[in-house]
Write a protein that binds this ligand. Structure first.
Ligand code: NAD
Length: 749
């Protein structure tokens, strides 16, 4: 179960076709294009001969390069190029911590279906415009005060020099591959010439940003200074270049081919290609395309390289992967703005202190996420040893330092005062928010609530991290069920951004809005849902997991099931996932799903047999796989057949198509029932939840986005051969209606 970033790096198949199968109009409307009319750029003079162009996109927290901003830039350059009194031009931003956040993706979405010539023209326009700086009659310097990525990094890389601020937000990079693209305004040409081919390949194909210090080491930054000194450092840079005229030498050098031998080029290409292959598994075409483009253009002059970049970019732009990844971008963007409640805005209460009850795996993870964000936390547990152990792990995790590959002792000391390990009910009840994360037992959970509720503050919120018990059931007996909800974190809390915020029947809007704002405040991505068995993510996970067991009993080989799942794009096969979750846990949770949905959940006897054979999964060294090797990796276990054999219905070969259909359509059908039951407010929440909660392949855009690419009628046809399997493979009312009306899940709201 990997977050977006990780799953992008290790996911599945596909195609780079021109026209996306999705309804681009809907995606465009979802993206919410608004015409920007007010001006972004303003011209001033820092000194009589040094002009400053300041970016300040009106009514936005970030500067973006829209078509109208490019027009503005073109007219400023027209005027400045005519002037004989300008020795230098400095680009700067009026936004705090942001130089330029990239191109306007909302405009990109509008052009997704554009013909190739139009995409080439879009690229050529940016290249030619920015390229004017490399021939301008003045020295250009980008004064980078913070985030400078995508099109912003391209504009900066066409400047003669770049000066960075040393603030923590000063990041520089080309994240286009994360949207299924690569830089198309000259980035693939300028980056290798300025920072060296090897650095450029790593930055452009990996899509990760670098710090100001790293930019200095690579040759991007000529100077790194404090925020307040940025403008004066840029002015000094102009003066120094006026005197040395080194910029003219660089202009000449950067306009030609790169100095590299064929052998060096071949070695770099082979190494980078192997790394990319390992990370993308062939599912994301952009990094490979970027690599090829950069290798090929290394031998060309800058102008020919730009033409090549534009031509290659036109092949990626509008592909199904590009459309899917743009959708994921807009899903996360939408989530950032979602308050969790519809209608008029309800002010969330401020949460400054949190209590976590239960210091086990989840409780300590949750406490740590809070401490990391400077909230005071009271942590309690019924068992003293668990409390001590949990407390240690809270601080170790919160103070984790990547460079030390362990906790930073000073940071641990600094954070320690925020954590109170306590067994006093008075202290436990004193927080703004109390999150219960004890063992999954309804009776014990409810007894804790009835003991603590009378002691809670009047406005405090009580929440449970339960994975299976309905929130409304847990709320029964509470005096204030309106201040109770589910806040369901995922394991491991430090890595999983998704949080399900579950509304019980009586939960108030204010409680939901507060839980959502709180989760965002500690860096999570909350989605709000109504109560129901398995909530959202587990409800959709189980049909997929159960079907894997049914396929096994139908004679499919484990290897084939795992391959089908990974070829689809899942980071891990369902059988290995059983071992990771723990087969006993899966039996328990599966029973809850069976009781809730007996018409379609198959309760296989194989899983209890695995438990009886003490094959509980990775935690016991043996499940469907064995983990006896030194690295604890999943290895096929020849003795497994003894457990499976009695449960085999038949021994037939199952085709890859059947495997894929049977694994993913039950998950999809359950998602349509989730919509029918009104569990989520929008199909997009399903997509966000599955991508960030289960590692559903981002390059498919999400489960419902993927279903839209197939179309409801085609899915109904795909289900027909499986009628004999009953309800779990039967089209739902919603699906049939959509097939008849030809509607899509991503219809405009
Ligand atoms: P865990 O067994 O690791 O920890 C539970 C802790 O609760 C233990 O330290 C135990 O001593 C303590 N405890 C038991 N009874 C208590 C009581 N009456 N008062 C105070 N403390 C008590 O369990 P976990 O995996 O952390 O799960 C906790 C909750 O989170 C469960 O509701 C579970 O369903 C849910 N959850 C678990 C996962 C997961 O992957 N483990 C994921 C999401 C949600």
């Amino acid at each position: 179960m990997l977050p977006f970033q990780a799953s992008i790096r290790c996911a599945v198949t596909d195609v780079a076709v021109r026209q996306p199968d999705v309804d681009v109009t809907n995606l465009a409307k979802f993206a919410g294009l608004k015409q920007m009319t007010a001006e972004t750029l303003s011209l001033s003079m820092a000194e009589p001969d040094i002009a400053v162009l300041t970016f300040d996109t009106p009514n936005k927290s970030a500067n973006v390069l829209s078509n109208s901003v490019l027009d503005e830039l073109a007219s400023h350059l027209d005027a400045l190029e005519q002037r004989s009194d300008v020795a230098g031009l400095i680009f700067r931003s009026a936004k705090s911590g942001i130089f330029i956040a990239g191109a306007d993706l909302r405009e990109f979405v509008q052009s997704l279906g554009a013909p190739e010539e139009q995409v080439v023209a879009m690229c050529r326009r940016g290249q030619t415009l920015f390229g004017r700086l490399s021939n301008a009659p003045f020295i250009s310097v980008a004064a980078i005060n913070g985030n400078c990525v995508g099109g912003g990094a391209e504009l900066a890389s066409w400047c003669d020099r770049r000066v960075f601020s040393n603030n923590a937000k000063a990041e520089f990079g080309f994240p286009e591959v994360k949207l299924g693209l690569f830089p198309g305004w000259g980035g693939t040409v300028r980056a290798p010439r300025i920072a060296g081919l090897s650095n450029a390949v790593e930055m452009v194909t990996g899509g990760e940003s670098i710090s100001a210090d790293a930019a200095y080491k690579m040759g991007w930054a000529s100077d790194v200074v404090g925020d307040d000194d940025l403008l004066s450092a840029a002015i000094q840079m102009v003066r120094a270049e006026q005197a040395s005229e080194e910029y003219l030498v660089d202009r000449e050098r950067w306009s030609g081919p790169i100095e590299i031998t064929e052998t060096e080029l071949g070695f770099l290409g082979a190494t980078a290609s192997a790394v990319i292959r390992q990370q993308t598994k062939g599912h994301y075409p952009a990094p490979d395309a970027a690599l090829e483009t950069m290798l090929e253009s290394a031998m060309l002059d800058s102008e020919a390289g730009c033409q090549l970049e534009a031509n290659r970019m036109a092949k990626l732009f509008g592909s199904s992967v590009n459309a899917a990844l743009l959708n994921v971008f807009f899903l996360t963007d939408r989530n950032k703005k979602d308050t969790g409640v519809d209608g008029e805005s309800i002010a969330p209460r401020s949460i400054r202190s949190v209590t976590v009850i239960g210091a086990g795996i989840m409780g300590s993870g949750i406490a740590s996420a809070n401490v990391k964000r400077q909230l005071t936390v009271a942590l309690t547990d019924a068992a003293r040893e668990s409390l001590a152990k949990g407390g240690r792990s809270v601080l170790e995790e919160a103070a984790f330092d990547r460079r030390l590959k362990g906790p930073n002792p000073q940071r641990m000391l600094d954070l320690a005062p925020l954590l109170n390990l306590t067994t006093s009910d008075e202290e436990v009840a004193a927080s703004d928010l109390v999150i219960e994360a004890i063992i999954e037992n309804e009776e014990i959970k409810r007894s804790i609530y009835s003991r603590l509720e009378p002691q809670l503050r009047k406005d405090a919120i009580l929440a449970s991290n339960t994975s299976t018990i309905p929130i409304t059931k847990l709320a029964a007996g509470l005096k204030h069920p309106e201040r109770f909800c589910g806040i369901h974190f995922f394991n491991p809390v430090r890595r999983m951004k998704l949080v399900e915020v579950i509304r019980g029947e009586q939960t108030s809007d204010e409680t939901i809005a507060t839980a959502v704002a709180y989760a965002k405040g500690i860096g999570k991505m909350p989605i709000v849902m109504n109560d129901g068995p398995g909530f959202l993510v587990n409800r959709l996970l189980f049909p997929y997991m159960h079907e894997a067991i049914e396929l096994l009993c139908d004679g499919a080989e484990i290897k084939a099931i795992e391959r089908a799942s990974k070829s689809f794009g899942m980071p891990m096969g369902p059988i290995e996932l059983y071992d990771l979750v723990g087969i006993d846990t899966a039996v328990y949770a599966g029973q809850t799903m069976f009781e809730a949905f007996p018409d379609r959940v198959v309760s296989s006897a194989l899983l209890p047999a695995m438990v009886a054979a003490k094959r509980l999964g990775k935690k016991t060294g043996r499940g469907f796989y064995s983990y006896g090797n030194r690295k604890g990796r999943a290895e096929p276990d020849p003795t497994l057949n003894e457990v499976i054999e009695p449960h085999l219905r038949e021994k037939r070969s199952v085709t890859p198509d059947e495997l894929t259909t049977r694994l993913f359509l039950p998950m999809f059908l359950e998602a349509t029932r989730v919509l029918e039951d009104g569990i989520v407010r929008d199909p997009r929440d399903i997509d966000l939840g599955l991508i960030f909660g289960l590692g559903f392949p981002p390059f498919k855009g999400g489960l419902m986005f993927w279903a839209d690419t197939l179309g409801a009628s085609a899915i109904v046809e795909m289900l027909k051969p499986f009628e004999s399997l009953g309800n779990r493979m039967a089209p739902t009312t919603l699906l049939l209606e959509m097939a008849t009306s030809g509607t899509k899940f991503y219809k405009q709201k």
